[in-house]
Every structure is written in structure tokens, then in C-alpha cells.
Design a protein around this ligand. Sequence first.
Ligand code: HEC
Ligand code: HEC
Length: 209
Amino acid sequence: MQRLILAACLLATHALANAASKDQTIRACLSCHIDEAGKLDIVGIKALDALPPDWQMRFEDAFDMDSDGIAGRLQFVSGHGQPLIAKWGSNLAAARFEDFALIASAAHAVPLESDAIIKTVKEAFAARSPSPTSPFATEGERGRFDAQGCPLCHVTETFEFEGQDVMPLSDFLLHDMGGPNDKPKRTKPLWGYSQSLWQTAHAQRNWNK
Ligand code: HEC
Ligand code: HEC
């Protein structure tokens, strides 16, 4: 009987320790990803899982064959024995949140010991992720976006997620943005973008010229 009680106590302590380390992991991951407003800086975590598998292929144009002045290439990464098309990270380092989490784990020394922990971290991120809403405040803003050629990379096609049409405003391709030492960058998805769309240097350029 005493043994049984001891075993039960040990199990309970173990479970408590596990829960504590889970919380610590989530906190360590979130420490860089929560903005001043207390919101996660990554939008549409769950919606991105529903990105159609041929999305990048629809827009891929590595050699600018359509002569619109914009080349964009997709990136394959390895994923459980098969090549997958990447969509996560500004350098397109991973095809799935779970795989990016492992990269982040190594880069920032935040141990992720098991698939169960990764799942919990993903759920914590997804729960805080702003919904994938349109960043256009007015019709006029959408018109300006189209007129200036932004959809050459921030494509305005939509896909269905939980019964809604969502518009990530990204081709999820790599583009050479022209800086002298700059590596090619993934078009940043702009859904849920809460600042002005026009404040970055590249956004002030008219891509249709
Ligand atoms: C020291 C700060 C820091 C910590 C800690 C950190 N990250 Fe990040 N994370 C970043 C930065 C900076 C980027 C942008 C770099 C990029 O996208 O390539 C990023 C990018 C990401 C992305 C890609 C977002 C996108 O738009 O595709 C994911 C997913 C992510 N982190 C998850 C995690 C997870 C999970 C953990 C915990 C294991 C974690 N991060 C810990 C700083 C951090
Ligand atoms: C040639 C492809 C391309 C075109 C055209 C383009 N963008 Fe981008 N955009 C990108 C890439 C790539 C990034 C990510 C840059 C980075 O990670 O440094 C980005 C990022 C952004 C961001 C996020 C900036 C940030 O710091 O988070 C905004 C806002 C933006 N673009 C607006 C626009 C607007 C407005 C236009 C049209 C005037 C436009 N873009 C045209 C490729 C493009």
C-alpha cells in the first residue's frame, strides 16, 4: 500500500514537472513573438496548413518567362522522406510549422524533446495567432494595391479555410529584392497586417512602371 502511494506521488510529481517544462518551452518560444499589443506576430498559423499544395506552383516563374519583370522561385525542403514545397520562414526554411519549430529550437536553444511538446507549442501559437483577415482598410486601398503592381508577388488569389475565403497576399516564393548583400526573401504574407501597407521602401515603388 505504501509503495502504491509512493508510486502515485512520483507519477504526480513527474506530471507536474512535465507541465512546468511545457510552460517554460511555450514561454521561451513566445518571448520573441509577442508584439507590444500582446498579439502573436505570425498570422494564420492554422490557415497556412490549408494552403493548397499547388499554390506556389501556380505562381512559380524562376526565369521570368512571362516577362513581367518579376522572377520568383519555389523552394523544396526535405520532409519525412519526401521533398515538400516550403512556406515557412523568410528564407523558406520549412514546409510545416512543426519543422520550423525544430529549426527555431536549435537556433535559439529552446529544447523541444518530443512531438507532443511541438504539438502543444503549435496549439499555443495557433490560439494567439490573429485571424487571417484582409489588411485593406478601404476599397480605395485595394485599388491602389492592384494599380501599383503589388499583386505581382502579393497575389490576390484566395483559398478556402473553415468556410471562408482567405487571402494570404503571398505567392510563398523567393524573390531577389535587389539589395547588395541581400539573400532572396519570401514574399511576406500580409493577411492581418495591422500597420500601413505603404511604409516600407519597396512598398513605395510602383511595380507596374
Ligand atoms: C530569440 C528570438 C526567438 C525565439 C526564442 C524564437 N523565435 Fe521564432 N522567429 C524569430 C525571428 C527573428 C523569426 C523571423 C526569421 C524568419 O522568418 O526566418 C522567427 C520566425 C519563426 C517562424 C516563422 C514565421 C513565418 O512567418 O513563417 C516560426 C513558425 C517560429 N519562429 C516559431 C518559433 C518557435 C516554435 C520557437 C520556440 C522553439 C521560436 N520561434 C523561438 C525569433 C525567435
Ligand atoms: C517583387 C516582389 C514584390 C512586390 C512586387 C511587392 N512586394 Fe512587398 N514584399 C516582398 C517580399 C519578398 C517581402 C518580404 C521582405 C523581407 O522579408 O525582408 C515583402 C514584404 C512586404 C511588407 C511587409 C514589410 C514588413 O517589414 O513586415 C509590406 C507591407 C509589403 N511588402 C507591401 C508591398 C506593397 C504595398 C507593394 C506594392 C507597392 C509590394 N509590397 C510589392 C515582395 C514584393
